[in-house]
Ligand binder design. Structure first.
Ligand SMILES: [Zn+2]
Length: 705
């Protein structure tokens, strides 16, 4: 998952990360779990550099040993963690991963403060990240400017006299403000799903303020109340732009009406999981036929892609719906919608009045966070997002080692071997499909740590004291960089996750797994611990990412990342049958109140969790076959493997967040990512001597890989 809002820049339709990403960048240091060892000095750090607090990959204080592991393993592995780690007030959820990311930010902050001091010795990258960070942190200057950075955009909106004028304004927005979403629709470059060596243009559904179409379409009491709060928020922002309370209230109702109609044209998240549904490569003229009111030639020219002859229209129904709106909604209403969307996308770069209003609705109301996170954390997040490889280059020089890369790669190879053996031994798959599956497995590229070639930011101007301008320049650079790929040969070495990211992913069109430096640290990967918890934790993650190549979405792409059906029909049917066992299992779980997990939305992640841990377990057995691991802390080696896995999911979430994630997040709640997986593994029930009929022993088990 890339973001809870629509991505219009460098369209990445497919691909799955390990963990949910926070809907708003997070956080504040939480009370630490008691460390059981000394603080680990980061590998490349010098004396005086900040250090991360050390949390081992198996943390005894995080456990609740009064709980019965055969009844609720999440409680057994994480009960202590939940008690010792209350959700910080500026967080909507809190987790082992969230803490890692939060602690990692302190390292990044030190790098940025150092770079922000200026001086002739700075490299060009240090100048950019340092000056951007300093401009971001300078709230007095930002507040003094109020809404004035939006002046030129608002003036252009006020001048709109035709759809053609409107298209010009929308193109200006698409050319730079793409970080949070996209006005009206999205445009970008993507790999052709059926010829992954080709990069083509794509247009996608977008244009909403709320995180998903369901927020506009559902009619239960909670959804209706939330829409009322949303209208209040839009009105508040329109007042900040200068409307009277009456104008703002009427304008906000107009916005909800327009966005509601756009939402009706959106394809659902579940339908978008099937890549065939989002692949409609068509001649450019087809888009003009679908949406004749829009001056496409001028629009593409303004975006710098006048040359395109065809493109992927991911969601044709959306563009037909948009045409209907363009011919019925009066221009004065569109102007209101555009003013709102402009302020929505720009809010993080404006004064405190905008930032606070944005926090109140999108974080407090939607996710349950209670406090805005400190400015420096938001600014670290912005630099990572906008100049991520400039920051990442400085970060890995100090904090990532060749040894960590080598150890990770060794584990990856072992897990690939386990998957090869698994595929060969599957009883339900024919020899013909197996040959194709093995070809795909052997074609996986492993990206560990950081890119081999760093992004060149020399074309980005970052000036001191101009946060809004710096952000617009950095985002404009990214838009041009992506659109410039159209029609050019694919660059294979590029990374979509930044090196400090505490997450991992699989990209089916590149057929590659990505493990950034940020995720290869304790507690996820702990060089001081025995093998068992490391294989349960990071090994499970590697297996998870690898299995994504063979989940409900990934299995539709071949070894070269092309959308092509390589399955014998009977094998595909058997896959579907086995996968539906898992989606039925997860759909029976309650996310919050009476809201169930949507097992069809979470299917890919649930299949990857189960398959991944089975592979990691086998890899661990082969690694330790000759080592004779011994019991420690009253836990047998295999028990330590499973506790290591369980502790990778220690977390708590506010009810608002659980409700939002049930609609938007392809990952199941962490409790079920633990218990749902382990209850399907006889290896687990043997390790804890669980008995038939106990909650952690599912019968019959679900099994795909
Ligand atoms: Zn995943």
């Amino acid at each position: 998952m890339k973001s809870t809002l629509h991505i219009s820049l460098g369209l990445v339709l497919f691909g799955s990360t390990l963990a949910a990403q926070a809907p708003v960048p997070a956080q504040k240091p939480a009370p630490r779990t008691a460390a059981t060892g000394p603080a680990a000095k980061p590998p490349g750090a010098k004396a005086g550099d900040p250090q991360l607090p050390y949390t081992p990959s198996l943390d005894l204080t995080a456990m609740d040993r009064t709980a019965d592991p055969c009844v609720d393993f999440f409680q057994f592995a994480c009960g202590g963690w939940v008690v010792h780690n209350p959700i910080p007030p500026d967080q909507s959820s809190w987790s082992a991963y969230g803490k890692m990311q939060d602690e990692n930010r302190t390292l990044l902050r030190a790098l940025l403060e150092q770079a922000g001091k200026g001086g002739a010795s700075r490299t060009p990258n240090q100048q950019k990240i340092g000056d951007y960070y300093s401009a971001c942190i300078d709230e007095a200057t930002i507040d003094a400017r109020g809404a004035s950075p939006l002046g030129p955009q608002l003036a252009a909106i006020a001048d709109i006299k035709s759809v053609s004028d409107m298209a010009r304004v929308v193109a200006l927005s698409h050319a730079r403000m793409l970080a949070r979403g996209s006005v009206l629709f999205g445009v970008g470059a993507e790999q052709d799903a059926k010829d992954s060596s080709e990069t083509i243009a794509a247009v996608d559904q977008a244009g909403l303020g709320l995180p998903d179409r369901d927020y506009y379409l559902k009619d239960d009491a909670k959804s209706t109340a939330l829409r009322d709060r949303y209208v209040d928020h839009v009105a508040r922002v329109l007042q900040l732009l200068g409307d009277t309370p009456e104008q703002a209230a009427a304008g906000a109702r107009t916005v909800l009406r327009i966005e509601g109609e756009l939402a009706r044209g959106h394809m659902s998240r579940v339908d978008r999981r099937n890549p065939d549904n989002t692949y409609h490569r068509m001649p450019r003229a087809s888009l003009t036929e679908m949406m004749p009111s829009w001056p496409w030639d001028r629009y593409f020219e303004q975006m710098g892609i006048a040359q395109i002859k065809d493109l992927n229209i991911t969601s044709p129904g959306y563009f037909t719906a948009l045409e209907r709106q363009l011919t019925t909604v009066p221009l004065s209403d569109w102007k209101t919608y555009l003013r709102w969307q402009t302020a929505l996308l720009a809010a993080p770069y404006l004064s405190a009045a905008f930032v606070n209003a944005d926090f109140d609705f999108f974080s407090r109301t939607l996710t349950g966070a209670r406090e805005l996170q400190p400015r420096w954390k938001r600014c670290v997040g912005r630099v990572d997002r906008h100049l991520g490889e400039a920051l990442g280059q400085v970060y890995v020089e100090k904090y990532f080692t060749a040894d960590t890369r080598a150890r990770t790669l060794r584990m990856v190879k072992q897990i690939e071997t386990a998957m090869e053996e698994d595929i060969k031994s599957l009883e339900w798959m024919s020899a013909e499909t197996k040959t194709q599956a093995l070809e795909k497995l052997h074609g996986v590229t492993n990206k560990i740590g950081h890119p081999a070639t760093w992004r060149d930011y020399s074309a980005v101007t970052i000036a001191p004291g101009d946060f809004f301008g710096d952000a617009a320049n950095a985002m404009g650079f990214e838009v041009r960089r992506h659109l410039n790929k159209i029609g050019k040969p694919l660059v294979r070495g590029e990374w979509y996750l930044t090196p400090p990211t505490v997450n991992a992913n699989y990209d089916p069109q590149m057929n590659e797994i990505n493990f950034p430096a940020g995720v290869l640290q304790p507690p996820a990967f702990d060089p001081k611990m025995d093998d068992a918890p490391n294989y349960g934790n990071t090994g499970g993650t590697i297996g998870h990412e690898l299995t994504h190549g063979f989940d409900d979405e990934g299995r539709r792409f071949d070894a070269r990342g092309n959308l092509r059906d390589w399955w014998i029909e009977a094998d595909a049917r058997e896959f579907e049958r086995r996968a539906s066992c898992i989606s039925d299992q997860y759909s029976s779980y309650i996310a919050v109140d009476d809201v169930h997990v949507n097992g069809k939305l979470t299917l890919g992640e649930d299949v990857a969790d189960l398959g991944g841990l089975i592979l990691a377990y086998r890899a661990w057995l082969s690694e330790t076959a000759s080592k004779k691991p011994v019991a420690r802390d009253g836990l047998t080696p295999s028990q330590r493997f499973f506790v290591g896995y369980g502790q990778s999911w220690c977390s708590s979430s506010r009810p608002e967040t659980l409700r939002m994630r049930a609609i938007t997040d392809p990952h199941s709640p962490e409790k079920y990512r633990t218990n749902g997986v382990l209850s399907n593994m006889p290896e687990f029930s043997r390790a804890f001597s669980c008995k038939a009929g106990q909650p952690m022993v599912k019968a019959p088990v679900c099994r795909v890989w």
